[in-house]
Design a protein around this ligand. Sequence first.
Ligand code: XMP
Length: 529
Amino acid sequence: MSTPAAHSKILILDFGSQYTQVIARRIRECQVYSEIVRFDIPAAEVIELKPNGIVLSGGPASVYDTSAPQLDPAIFSLGIPMLGICYGMQLMAQHLGGQVEFSAQREYGAGMLHVANGSELFHGIGAQLDIWNSHGDKVTALPPGFRAAAHTENSRFAAIENPETQIYGLQFHPEVAHTPRGKEIIQNFVFHICHCAMDWTMGSFIETACDLVRRQVGNQKVVLGLSGGVDSSVVAALLHKAIGDQLTCIFVNNGLLRSREEEIVQRVFGENFHVRLKYVDASERFLELLKGVTDPETKRKIIGNEFVAVFERATKELLAEDQANGSGEHGGYRFLAQGTLYPDVIESVAIGGNPAHVIKSHHNVGGLPEKMHFELVEPVRQLFKDEVRQAGLQLGLPKEVVYRQPFPGPGLAVRILGEVTPERLQILREADTIVTSEMEAADWYYRVWQSFAVLLPVRSVGVMGDQRTYEDTVAIRIVESQDGMTADWVRLPYELLARISRRIINEVAGVNRVCYDISSKPPSTIEWE
Ligand code: XMP
């Protein structure tokens, strides 16, 4: 899917910085579209993409490494404004005839920037500002035509510029929160230097996305696996707006859902949106297959494979229903819609083993195999998670759906350690409902990444009244995280933890002990299996 040329656009050449996606998000927060491309994109392709400006990201390499990632030097002569950040600035200086000094040690941390007069980059920001450094090499002599736009105590050339060719460089990182006025620097580049229009709004995105979907699918039918999570829900709402009844959502109840999940999804989509929704209750089949299984990987495989089988069957049934009621004239379901997001599609550049791009394979459970021969419709593949949420709100989805915490495809099966049985599912559902309702009541639910209960295969001794008990243990997992890749346990108020524990032990039959999980990720994971 491409954006219409009418949009302003900033291209970011990715040299492997852990902050590349942050740069893209900062620019989009200015309501300007930004796109990440590989560092070695040829100049001819850049011309085709018609960007208003180009950012060279930072990166872990030194410009003196023999394998240092290089850009096509012809890009410097395209007359498009450029901003090099950190490694990007050093590369720029090296290519344009300046000098870069090799340094084996990186300079990390906070610093104070002193701005020279008259730089467009620092327009309206004042003479001094706090900045965040993380660089190795340093520019020691300017390329011809350049001047220093700012300095720090350690560096004469902390910001450089050639206003004539509109090429700028920053040794520090304007995109991170530790450079509090960095957003204004980015705005200056985007608006004052690149003259972008603020035309990347959710309203315009939705209109464009609907147009593109209509063009892609024509009068054909589309099927979507609706999980009740944010991404597939937003895709459902978007496609419904674009193609109405040409979309059918399939919602599979695998018997491993949270309490009342199937009700919520059917209410939001069937009743509020009048989406054509096929509800498949396959819970008995899933639980039958999981009988006696305790190994985590085996559980995941069984659930993943059965999901595909159920989905395939459901699509065939839909087809038969269409033919029976005379609406089968456009053949089968050629298109499959998916809630793929931008971080999943950015081509990863792993330079120096940078872990920022390592994608977890097991999260594709519930993804459908290629052999199903569907053509994919992925209308939100340009969006970051926070943008998907904005799109959802704009499309009229309720806040409870849009700000929902993530829930794994294999559901409660990976939160029941040991065998999954109807009785143990019942215990976990009740405990989980208490965790969620207490988190909501205390205004904590939306402040954390995830909060849930886990049922352990451990019994312990307790005492209730005069009776000795020997019952199950529930662990509470509450974490904060930006993207699920790393996480830390939340320092929840003791009072709230106490209430959750008290209610679970009093109200959930079969549980006499509650523990709080105080492990971070890594080395632990968020889910227990
Ligand atoms: P872990 O447990 O690997 O989880 O730290 C990181 C994030 O991913 C979610 N998760 C999944 N999501 N299918 C999904 O759609 C899965 O199989 C799956 N496994 C884990 C998890 O809830 C957390 O947010």
